[in-house]
Design a protein around this ligand. Sequence first.
Ligand code: SF4
Length: 272
Amino acid sequence: MKIKIFKIKAKSIFTQTKIPGAKWTINQYVGCQHSCLYCYAKFMCQWRPENYGKWGSWVEVKINAPELVKGKYVEGWVYMSSVSDPYQPIEKQLELTRRVLKNLDKRIKLSILTKSDLILRDIDILKKFKNLEVGLTINNFDGRLKKIFEPFSPTNQARIYALKVLKENGLKTYCFVSPIIPGLIDIRNIIRQTRDFTDFYWFETINLRLAGQEFIEIIKRKFPKSFEIIESQAKFNDFLKECCKIIDSEKINCQGFVYEADRGRNKRTKKG
Ligand code: SF4
């Protein structure tokens, strides 16, 4: 897909957040070439000029991000990133994330989440952080499902491989199992493929409200059985119980389960 790049200078780079477990976010990019159909960050389009276009077709690059982090220390966990993937394809040539990591105070508590094995390029810098967690989103979408939901992100095999190599290099790893869509994701299988090199897990079910209308239409049309479960509060609750049973039976370190409670706001529980 042809991508529009907007290079901008930001005023600041650490933003306070309400994401549970984190105090700050850092987005050296806004916008994401991975262009996942369900992406919860596409609301960012509302605040961009019309010429930017659809989510996934543009990326804003904060060219001064490496300078902005220099010499700054913040208390509390910093989450990278909330409205972009720090290792989307353009990072390969720009090395913006790499330069941000180089300049970040290594005492900062940093949690990175990505869908890309490009993160392996930066292992040399990652190893210098005193408090670091590195997460890969794993959902095992493949073939037709991958084309529909995440057409431009690296394969799940590449992500699982990345988790393994990160762990082999002594880094703390986590697996973010998301978005869990009834009937389309096999949680047990993901756990079994990753447990040997994953320190802890987060789970998240799909949030229709944040995923948006286009996603809802596609789920309704192409996966009616999944939609029936997501749409019905009673069936969805049964599905959640089933997921928790699987997670409990696998005896993993589950840090939390994120789900849409009463079709309202997101809710996180500390245990699967
Ligand atoms: S990788 Fe993350 S930020 Fe990028 S489009 Fe997909 S869900 Fe959104």
